[in-house]
Design a protein around this ligand. Sequence first.
Ligand SMILES: Nc1ccn([C@@H]2O[C@H](COP(=O)(O)OP(=O)(O)OP(=O)(O)O)[C@@H](O)[C@H]2O)c(=O)n1
Ligand SMILES: C[C@](O)(CO)[C@H](O)COP(=O)(O)O
Length: 232
Amino acid sequence: MSTNSKPPRHFALIPAAGVGARMAAGTPKQYLPLLGKPMLRHTLEAFLGSELIAHTYVVVSPDDGYIDNVAGVAGVTVLRCGGPTRMDSILNGLREMRADIADEDLVLVHDAARPGLTPRLIRALIEGVGDHPAGGLLALPVVDTVKKIGNGVVNTVPRDGLWLAQTPQMFSYSLLLRALSSAPDANAITDDASAIEALGMSPKLIEGHPRNMKVTLPSDIRIAEMYLADKE
Ligand SMILES: Nc1ccn([C@@H]2O[C@H](COP(=O)(O)OP(=O)(O)OP(=O)(O)O)[C@@H](O)[C@H]2O)c(=O)n1
Ligand SMILES: C[C@](O)(CO)[C@H](O)COP(=O)(O)O
């Protein structure tokens, strides 16, 4: 809840300081071309195309040699404070944003590696979460049968109520900073919502879309391009 008469603003924070080890492309995957345009550029354009987003911050590694050819546009600030893990990069970015953002403003953390995001999905998250104090995230319900692996199948995991987390994951600036700063082992958590849950809070799940997939493996490239060619 805003502490003043103005409604909270919405900011995007894009962690883009990974190396893309699973992609094994030689170039950090966020800079690989999709339909002739760097992956990160597609991601940035989703936020630049949303009138709900006040400003976008992108976190890159201090020695990133690619970003200047991708992000030099109004509405985007590059933060060269990437860390050894995704969580470190996000926490470093939040600390760099401190001077520009109010505690009650909302931060949408979104993977650079999810280029299929659209302004419609951004609006769905913002409107779906509303002023829920624990924030929320885009996600998709599991539609396949889930197996736990050991030496072969250990058991079938009941899939009712199982969802696959996507991003953006949206929380108030103060809550997200507190949650990540106090996470017992920030590097053991793989998404921001986990840190909020560790505080005993329950973020909302808002249905996303398969096009908002995370580009992780080489086989993901063509699928991502198919979705990008299919403008919503
Ligand atoms: N130290 C890190 C690690 C990851 N990321 C970002 O977090 C997002 C999701 O991470 P992931 O898909 O795992 O990317 P990578 O870590 O680059 O991939 P890999 O695990 O295969 O190396 C990506 O946009 C990535 O750039 C980051 O900002 N800082
Ligand atoms: C944050 C995330 O995209 C939610 O599914 C996912 O946890 C990122 O995992 P990664 O191993 O850092 O790609």
